[in-house]
Ligand binder design. Structure first.
Ligand SMILES: [Zn+2]
Ligand SMILES: [Zn+2]
Length: 259
């Protein structure tokens, strides 16, 4: 078994089984010695004391074994371990050590995945067919809905550091768009410069310089990493000022682009 992946329940089970076994040995020893002690009255007198002492020692040994077994199982119960809440069903699983590798939840029996010792974050997806919600690891690309058995497409962005991705970030990944400025209308250059100034939070001269440099071959990223609807709204507001603008799926955000 991999280090750190021992569930506390498994350890307890083993301990209890072992303790139960040795407790039986202890009880058997006590009973045997008690019976022998009874029969010592038939032993010749010169040997009687010796055999009685031997039986007494045997009984003490049995009691000691029983005591150790009881203490072991008691201590196994006392161990708190490390709790790890299942990301799918939120039930706590208990482990001997900090969990850092894949394990199956004891309650929902789904596998909790780990990457580089960190649990892979989980996000909620909704089945388009039956509207049921599912929690899936963010690095999962395929999932079959267990309610209606339809395969669900789950987009995953491998360039994103999975460890850092929260549910929200994962959702945003699916629908990130950049708004790019391709060309401007000189007659409305002033209005557009003001617009860009506020959009990108830069100075007016800087905005002017940037929009004048913008061209279809060197588009200016005006806004990045927006949901499609927001990106569309920004694009329209630029077009109203005579600019040629477009939205593009965000890859890696351009350096200097405003979030
Ligand atoms: Zn679970
Ligand atoms: Zn479904």
């Amino acid at each position: 078994m991999a280090k750190g992946s021992t569930s506390l329940n498994e350890v307890r089970e083993v301990t209890w089984t072992e303790s139960f076994g040795s407790a039986l040995v202890g009880i058997a020893l006590i009973l045997l010695c008690a019976v022998l002690l009874y029969f010592t009255k038939y032993v010749p007198e010169n040997m009687r004391l010796l055999t009685r002492v031997a039986c007494g020692i045997g009984m003490f040994a049995g009691i000691a074994i029983l005591g150790v077994a009881a203490q072991r199982s008691f201590e196994a119960k006392k161990v708190v371990g490390v709790a790890f809440a299942c990301p799918y069903c939120d039930t706590e699983n208990h482990f001997v050590e900090q969990q850092n590798s894949d394990f199956d939840c004891e309650h929902c029996h789904r596998t909790v995945h780990f990457m580089d010792g960190e649990p892979v974050p989980v996000r909620t997806i909704v089945c388009q067919a039956c509207q049921s919600e599912h929690r899936v690891p963010v690095n999962l690309t395929r999932y079959v809905c267990d309610k209606c058995n339809r395969p669900l497409k789950v987009a995953a962005d491998v360039t994103q550091k999975i460890a850092a991705a929260s549910n929200e970030a994962a959702d945003a990944m699916l629908q990130d768009y950049n708004v790019v400025l391709l060309a401007i209308d000189r007659r409305q250059e002033n209005d557009l410069a003001f617009k860009i100034q506020s959009l990108m939070m830069i100075t007016l001269p800087e905005a002017r310089r940037l929009i004048e440099a913008a061209s279809p071959t060197a588009p200016l990223i005006v806004a990045s990493s927006l949901p499609q609807r927001k990106a569309d709204a920004v694009r329209r507001s630029l077009q109203e000022l005579g600019a040629t603008a477009a939205i593009r799926p965000a890859g890696t955000p351009a350096p200097g682009a405003r979030k």
